[in-house]
Design a protein around this ligand. Structure first.
Ligand code: NOJ
Length: 566
C-alpha cells in the first residue's frame, strides 16, 4: 500500500508552459525550448515543483502540437533533442521536474501510421484508426466534433469514414487494437527512460468508444466519454509504464463524472495520480453552451467545488486549476481585469490554492495577465475559434456579437505571448510574434512584478510555501461555509490539529460577514490576505495578523485566509 504522505506531488504546485507563447530565443516569433531554459531561474524563484510542457513533438501545428506526426522527435520550431535533454538536465539541477503532454486519443493525419492507413485499405496501420462504412449514404452516426461539425470525415478512395473527435486533421486512434496500445506503451516508455518525471494525458477518458457507434439524441459524447474499456486501458498503462518508472500522471478528463474520477485517481494508484475535470469552468455558460456570454453563477461554482472536494476526499486526487491554454484568463473571467485586477487575481488564487489537490499555475497567471480583448477575427489563430466564428455567423449572430463572445471565450485569450517586460513584443521575441501581444504589457509584466513586493507574483510565491508548510491545506476535509451567499465564497478545511478558513469576496462591493461561532479568535491568525501591506505578511508564510472581531466587512474582492490552531 502506498504511503500517500511520501508522494511529492501531493504538496507540490505545477507550472504549465505553452512553449509557443512562452519565450522566443531563436527569433522566429514563436517560443522555443532554449527560451524555457532561460527562464528556469524565474520559475525556481516562484517556487514551483514541476513544469508541464504542452506538446513539443513534431506536428503540423494545426492544433498547436495536439496533432502529433512523430512522437519520438522534437518539433524543429521548438528546437532539437539536445535542447530537450539540456532542459531536462538543467531543470533537474534546480529541483524542477518535467511533465510531458501525451496525446494518444488521436494522431495528426500527417503521422506515417495514418498516411499508410489512408493510402491502402490493407495497410497494417489501417486498423490503427476508426473506420466505418457510410450509413444510408451518410456519416455512420451523428457524433459531433468538439471543434464543431460532424466527427466523421469521408475518404473517397476507400469509401469509408474515419472518426475525428477534434479537427479532421486529428484522427482518433483505435485503442481496441492491441498494437495501438503497445505503441502507446513504447512512446511513453521512451520518454520515461530519458528521465521525464511524469505525463499529462490529453483527453484520456475518450480513448474507449462504444464499439457499435450508436446514433445519439445529443452529440454522441455519452458513447465515448469514460467509455467501456477506459479504466482497463489505464490500468495496463499504469502497470507496464507509470509504476515501473514512478511517473506522476495527470489525466485530462472531458465531461467526466465524480465516480469515474475517484476510480481514475484512486489512492491505490492502479490508474493515474490525479485528474483534471472542467465542471467548475462551465459556470459561465448559458444552458450548457460555451459560446455565449453569461455571468458567473457563483452558487453553482461553489456547489461544484463542494461536490468534488468532498467527493474526492480520501478517495482520489484532483488537479486544481483556473487557467490553461484552452481557457480564458481567470482574472478577466471571474475577477475584474481593470480596477481590481491585482486584488481579484490574488483572491482567485487564494480561493483555489487553499483546496485539496495539486494546483497548476498557467504561464502568466502569476502576474495576472488578462484576456487581450482582440478587436478583429484576423487576430485569432485558434482553429476552434475560427470554426466557431463561421458557425455562429451561419447561425445568425452578428459579427459584433460573435466578436464579443470570442473576446471572452476563445482559447487564444490565454495563448498571447508571455509578458516579460516593457520592451517591444513584451520581451517575448525580437520579431513580430505568431499572435498579437496583449496591449497592456507595459503595465503588466514580469519585470515590474518582481520589483513590487506587493505583486501577484509574490502572492503566489507565498501560497506555494504555505501549501508545503501547512498540513491542513494538503489533508484537511472541506466544508462550504455559505453555500447560499450570492457574493461570498467561504470554506473551511479541517484536520484534528488545524482549522483553515478561506474567505473570499467575489464581488466589487463591500460585503459584511460573520465568522463562525465555533472559531476561537485568540487562536486564529490571518496567514495570507490580499489587502495587507507586505510588512504584515511574512514571506515565509508565518504569523501575519489577527482579527479584532468576528463581524467583518470584506472590501471589493477581498480575501482572507485564517488559520486556527485547534
Ligand atoms: C485538449 C487540449 O488541451 C486541447 O488544447 C486540444 O485541442 C484537445 N485536447 C485535442 O487534443
Amino acid at each position: 500500500m502506498t504511503n500517500l504522505h511520501n508522494e511529492w506531488w501531493r504538496k507540490a504546485t505545477i507550472y504549465q508552459i505553452y512553449p509557443k507563447s512562452f519565450c522566443d530565443i531563436g527569433g522566429k516569433g514563436t517560443g522555443d525550448i532554449q527560451g524555457i531554459i532561460s527562464k528556469l531561474d524565474y520559475l525556481h524563484a516562484l517556487g514551483i515543483d514541476a513544469i508541464w510542457l504542452t506538446p513539443i513533438y513534431c506536428s503540423p501545428m494545426i492544433d498547436n502540437g495536439y496533432d502529433i506526426s512523430d512522437y519520438y522527435n522534437i518539433n524543429p520550431d521548438f528546437g532539437c533533442m539536445a535542447d530537450f535533454d539540456q532542459l531536462l538536465l538543467t531543470a533537474h539541477q534546480k529541483g524542477i521536474r518535467i511533465i510531458l503532454d501525451i496525446v494518444v486519443n488521436h494522431t495528426s493525419t500527417e503521422h506515417q501510421w495514418f498516411q499508410s492507413a489512408i493510402a491502402d485499405k490493407n495497410s497494417p496501420y489501417r486498423d490503427y484508426y476508426i473506420w466505418q462504412d457510410p450509413k444510408n449514404g451518410r456519416e455512420p452516426n451523428n457524433w459531433q466534433s468538439k471543434f464543431g461539425g460532424n466527427a466523421w470525415k469521408f475518404d473517397q478512395k476507400s469509401g469509408q469514414y474515419y472518426l475525428h473527435l477534434f479537427a479532421e486533421q486529428q484522427a482518433d486512434l483505435n485503442w481496441e487494437n492491441p498494437k495501438v496500445r503497445a505503441e502507446v506503451e513504447n512512446i511513453i516508455s521512451f520518454w520515461a527512460e530519458k528521465g521525464v518525471d511524469g505525463f499529462r494525458l490529453d483527453v484520456i477518458n475518450l480513448i474507449s468508444k462504444q464499439p457499435s457507434f450508436p446514433e445519439d439524441e445529443s452529440d454522441g459524447r455519452k458513447f465515448y466519454t469514460d467509455g467501456p474499456r477506459a479504466h482497463e486501458y489505464l490500468q495496463r498503462l499504469s502497470e507496464s509504464v507509470f509504476n515501473k518508472y514512478g511517473s506522476v500522471t495527470v489525466g485530462e478528463m472531458s465531461s467526466t463524472s465524480l465516480a469515474h474520477c475517484q476510480q481514475y485517481s484512486a489512492t491505490d494508484a492502479t490508474e493515474l495520480s490525479m485528474v483534471f475535470n472542467f465542471h467548475h469552468l462551465k459556470t459561465d455558460y448559458k444552458n450548457g453552451d460555451k459560446w455565449t456570454n453569461a455571468p458567473l453563477d457563483l452558487l453553482q461554482l461553489k456547489q461544484i467545488f463542494n461536490y468534488w472536494q468532498q467527493g474526492m476526499y480520501n478517495k482520489g486526487w484532483s488537479a486544481l486549476f483556473w487557467c490553461n491554454h484552452d481557457q480564458p484568463r481567470i482574472v478577466s473571467r471571474f475577477g475584474d481585469d481593470k480596477k481590481y485586477r491585482v486584488q481579484s487575481a490574488k483572491m482567485l488564487a487564494n480561493a483555489l490554492h487553499m483546496m485539496q489537490g495539486t494546483p497548476y499555475i498557467y504561464q502568466g497567471e502569476e502576474i495576472a495577465m488578462t484576456n487581450p480583448h482582440y478587436q478583429s477575427i484576423s487576430q485569432y489563430r485558434d482553429l476552434e475559434s475560427i470554426n466557431m466564428h463561421r458557425i455562429m455567423l451561419e447561425e445568425g449572430k452578428t459579427e459584433q456579437q460573435v466578436m464579443a463572445i470570442l473576446a471572452n471565450k476563445s482559447r487564444d485569450n490565454s495563448r498571447t505571448p508571455m509578458q516579460w517586460n516593457k520592451k517591444d513584443q513584451a520581451g517575448f521575441s525580437d520579431v513580430q510574434p505568431w499572435i498579437t501581444v496583449a496591449s497592456n504589457y507595459p503595465e503588466i509584466n514580469v519585470e515590474d512584478a518582481l520589483l513590487d513586493q506587493n505583486s501577484v507574483f509574490y502572492h503566489y510565491q507565498r501560497l506555494l510555501i504555505l501549501r508545503k508548510q501547512l498540513d491542513v491545506i494538503c489533508w484537511g476535509d472541506y466544508q462550504d461555509l455559505c453555500p447560499e451567499h450570492e457574493q461570498l465564497f467561504c470554506y473551511q478545511r479541517t484536520t484534528p490539529e488545524q482549522k483553515l478558513l478561506c474567505i473570499n469576496n467575489f464581488s466589487a462591493e463591500q460585503v459584511p460577514y460573520a465568522l463562525p461561532d465555533s472559531l476561537c479568535l485568540e487562536n486564529t491568525r490571518v496567514i495570507i490576505a490580499n489587502y495587507n501591506s507586505p510588512e504584515q505578511v511574512d514571506r515565509n508564510g508565518q504569523v501575519v495578523n489577527s482579527l479584532a472581531s468576528k463581524a467583518i466587512t470584506l472590501r471589493p474582492f477581498e480575501s482572507l485566509v485564517l488559520l486556527e490552531a485547534v
